[in-house]
Design a protein. Structure first.
Lengths: 183, 272
């Protein structure tokens, strides 16, 4: 059982120290992702708070047999952030958001093994994404960070729908091949 | 054998974009309908796609949330953990003085009542649990049926679907109609058909274009009591381009590997 899965198992027994440990291990990457999506620190903290409270209250929703914990947690956080983004978009609150400062980027402690792995993986993903065509990378980022569909991306980039679909699919396959090759 | 790879699933190419959340409504509905059929290969590919998409989180630089957030979360979590602890306190029985027989008797009666009541509540909880399980199963079944119905509707409505009329080879039998969508499958419908004898069923066959090619077996289904026949083949054994005609024969229960009777209905594909 991975360290994360063991901590989640302890959450089921309402172990507060396990919750603190999980928060310590993953709050930075979760917060970084949510801030990138929402571009606003205060709302991002609300989303991170909701995400971790959901984890605390419904830890049983994570099924260890279906894969590692962190991708699952990141998916939960991204979905909540995109929901919030759509809500905000409807309310047209973007002007007020621009006045807020983004939180500082932190360098991860070099003496923590788990964090080092995370840092290496982050470097791999960025390197592979930088190796894609500029527009291919942009299309994937619009889908991932802004929650746009193929046709919305095609409209935003003023490119044919089929081209956008190919960019995204081929880009993700290249990323997959790269990650598998370097794993 | 016929140009198309029968093992290639047309939905595979969409799964990464589905995991990314980038599919438009129609593609998304098609993928969800397919996943609802329980395709194990696509479920595995989707899990891989979800992992791949989660790696994109690393494109965002890690950032430190505030200490206040940590404090707020910890406070909420500790309060909830404490509430739960208080909700189920440890039961301790105080010692009972010997002269308090009346009180002891009352306590015993109370304990007996509690025990009886607890057993009754446990039975009620068990009954409720069974009801919930049944309701969940019914909901899952309904969701699956809904997904199949949506898929069938998509096949029937999509202008790109190929309509194939299947006239009967025997007199006095109504014709069947087949609709074939390249990605979503085949729907065959018939109304007021005579019921096959005994437990025999009607089986669909794909007749290949390749000269001398053997008919490819597909699903077998018995019409309902009113003689209505609605067959959805989510994953035909071959593609439209490689198929010359669709045929239906009467076969033993469970279907056959090769036709054992002459076709009752047959309809040529016009190709595309």
């Amino acid at each position: 059982m991975s360290p994360d899965a063991a901590l989640v198992a302890r959450l089921l027994e309402r172990d507060v120290s396990a919750f603190e440990e999980l928060y310590g291990r993953h709050s930075r990457i979760v917060f970084g992702l949510v801030v990138r999506i929402l571009q606003q620190a205060t709302t991002a903290e609300e989303v991170v708070q909701d995400t971790f409270l959901q984890l605390w209250r419904n830890a049983a929703q994570y099924d260890v047999s279906r894969g590692p914990f962190l991708p699952w947690l990141l998916t939960v956080a991204r979905n909540r952030a995109l929901d919030q983004l759509r809500l905000k978009s409807e309310r047209q609150r973007r002007r007020e958001e621009r006045t807020e400062e983004l939180p500082p980027v932190v360098s991860l402690p070099p003496d923590l093994e788990g964090k080092l792995d995370e840092k290496r993986q982050a470097a791999r993903v960025r390197q592979l994404m930088d190796g894609l065509q500029r527009q291919q990378k942009r299309a994937i980022e619009l889908a991932y960070f802004e929650g746009l569909s193929h046709s919305e991306i095609a409209a935003k980039m003023q490119e044919p729908l089929g081209t956008v679909k190919s960019w995204i699919r081929n880009g993700l396959l290249k990323l997959k091949e790269g990650l598998e090759a370097k794993a | 054998m016929n140009g198309a790879d029968p093992n290639r699933d047309p939905f595979r190419d969409l799964l990464e974009a589905y995991a990314l959340g980038a599919l438009d409504a129609q593609d998304r509905a098609g993928v969800e309908a397919h996943l609802a059929t329980g395709c194990a290969g696509c479920a595995r590919a989707l899990a891989e796609g979800r992992w791949l998409v989660s790696q994109l989180a690393y494109l965002a630089p890690a950032a430190e949330p505030s200490r206040e957030l940590h404090g707020r979360l910890l406070k909420s979590v500790q309060a909830e953990a404490q509430e739960r602890g208080q909700a189920a306190p440890v039961q301790t029985q105080p010692a009972i003085p010997w002269w308090m027989w009346g009180a002891v008797a009352a306590a015993l009666l109370f304990a007996l009542y509690n025990s009886w009541n607890a057993a009754r509540e446990r039975a009620a909880i068990e009954a409720t649990r069974q009801e919930v399980t049944k309701a969940i199963e019914e909901q899952q079944k309904a969701q699956q049926e809904l997904a199949l119905a949506r898929r069938e509707a998509l096949i029937l409505r999509d202008p790109q679907s190929l309509k194939i009329r299947m006239p009967a080879t025997k007199e006095d039998l109504p014709a069947l109609e087949a609709t074939w969508h390249q990605a979503l499958g085949i729907v065959v419908t018939g109304r007021k058909l005579p019921l096959p004898a005994g437990h025999r069923t009607l089986q669909l066959w794909l007749i290949p274009k390749v000269p001398g090619g053997k008919p490819l077996p597909s699903l077998a289904l018995r019409p309902d009591a009113d003689g209505n026949f609605d067959l959805l083949v989510a994953r035909p054994p071959d593609g439209i381009a490689a198929t010359k005609a669709l045929a239906i024969t009467e076969e033993p229960q469970g279907g056959s590997e090769q036709p054992t009777t002459a076709p009752i209905w047959i309809g040529a594909t016009t190709g595309r």
